[in-house]
Design a protein around this ligand. Structure first.
Ligand code: FAD
Length: 352
């Protein structure tokens, strides 16, 4: 937890690359634990560490280092891939902003204490001046219970069980000025800059998928040598050897792309991974992982389908990574627009 938090705030001061190396190893055994590590190192926490004030950094770091997994609150019922069309607003009032809106599919909603809430910022006159991030802390044990904040539902999921995916409601939730995360170029470019921070979480998500695939590959390799059919280890059948070679190549290619993205520096100057390298790596790793885990399950025969082996759990878990944190289609759009050197219109009316 908090590996990437600088040492002066109590963290290890580790790099994104250090973190995803750890994430891979954890994801081999437990997808959910790896997600917690990603979200306690990349995304919301790294946005605060890069763009936050001294007050914000010293406030959030102890929470994460004590085990809190910050929740990042972007998605809404009517704004998924089209995130900039979010309806949640932050209206200017004396001393801060008042948040109104609904977020859903928020990982850790209801158990996380720290929340980074994205909202359309309205100035004194009620005009929209961009998108900002607002730190909301729900910590009843320490007397912090934001009035108007409630957890209104929990999704039922096919995998990644053990951590809530929740709906959150904000009814006139007051956020004082000191907890407004101001993007460096102001609210007008706020979404782009906050999403630069999200690129690190994207690389983390790809690393989880790759780690699950690497774990499945290890299981399958062991089983191929153990299991005998037709009087010999099934590892001797070329049909399975070629599957195994493809699985190994996919995991290796994913790892190299993720490491490249983790070490890259985007144009923002804040040290976040390059947007296209992050999109490409997450796209490739998430799709490759689904195939690798599926092939590993196949190699186990009936045992692979059974719930006593971890493969069926890995299969359900890994399916998520082409959806959450930017779908495969949206990431392809990012990669294509970079290859073509053009901006791609996303709405009937043109650009978002
Ligand atoms: C397990 C899980 C955890 C999540 N955790 C969080 C979280 O912590 N915080 C948070 O804010 N969000 C979270 N999300 C939400 C996630 O980021 C969104 O699901 C994702 O952005 C897609 O939005 P959507 O589900 O509304 O799909 P939609 O945007 O409605 O997309 C539906 C389909 O249309 C496709 N599509 C949409 N636009 C285009 C386009 N321009 N071109 C081509 N195809 C397109 C999509 O790829 C998809 O196949 C989580 C989701 C999951 C599943």
């Amino acid at each position: 937890m908090g590996m990437t938090i600088p040492t002066r705030y109590g963290g290890l001061g580790a790099s994104f690359l250090d973190t995803i190396v750890a994430v891979e190893e954890i994801a081999k055994a437990c997808t959910l634990s790896a997600r917690i590590v990603v979200e306690a190192n990349m995304g919301g926490i790294s946005a605060v560490m890069a763009y936050g004030t001294e007050r914000q950094k010293t406030f959030v770091a102890p929470y994460v280092l004590a085990g809190d997994k910050p929740a990042i609150c972007i998605t809404e019922p009517n704004a998924g891939s089209a995130a900039t069309q979010m309806a949640t607003t932050a209206r200017r009032v004396e001393g801060g902003y008042v948040i109104n809106g609904v977020k859903h599919w928020i990982t850790g909603g209801g158990i996380s204490k720290l929340h980074l809430v994205f909202a359309q910022v309205l100035d004194d006159a009620g005009d929209n001046i961009g998108i900002g991030g607002f730190i909301v802390c729900n910590d009843p044990e320490n007397g912090l219970t934001p009035e108007g904040f409630s957890v209104t539902g929990r999704e039922r999921t096919m995998g990644l069980c053990g951590m809530p995916e929740a709906s959150l409601q904000f009814d006139d939730v007051f956020v004082a000025d000191e907890f407004v995360l101001r993007p460096p170029s102001g609210f007008k470019r706020g979404f782009a800059e906050l999403m630069n921070a999200y690129n690190s979480q994207r690389v983390g998500a790809g690393a989880i998928a790759m780690g699950v695939a690497a774990g499945a590959l290890e299981h399958a390799t062991r089983y191929l040598l153990e299991r005998h059919q037709f009087g010999r280890p099934i590892a001797e059948f070329q049909g399975l050897q070629w599957m195994l070679a493809d699985m190994d190549a996919s995991v290796h290619a994913s790892r190299l792309m993720l490491h490249e993205a983790a070490q890259s520096r985007g144009a923002d100057g804040a040290g976040f991974p390059d947007v296209t390298l992050a999109a490409r790596a997450k796209l490739f790793a998430s799709e490759a992982a689904i195939k690798v885990v599926n092939d590993a399950l196949q190699m186990f025969g009936a045992r692979g389908y059974g719930a006593d082996e971890p493969l069926e759990r890995m299969y359900r878990d890994v399916r998520m990574f082409t959806i959450g944190g930017g779908t495969a289609q949206v990431l392809r759009t990012q990669v294509a627009s970079s290859v073509l050197g053009i901006k791609t219109p996303q709405t009937r009316g043109g650009y978002l």
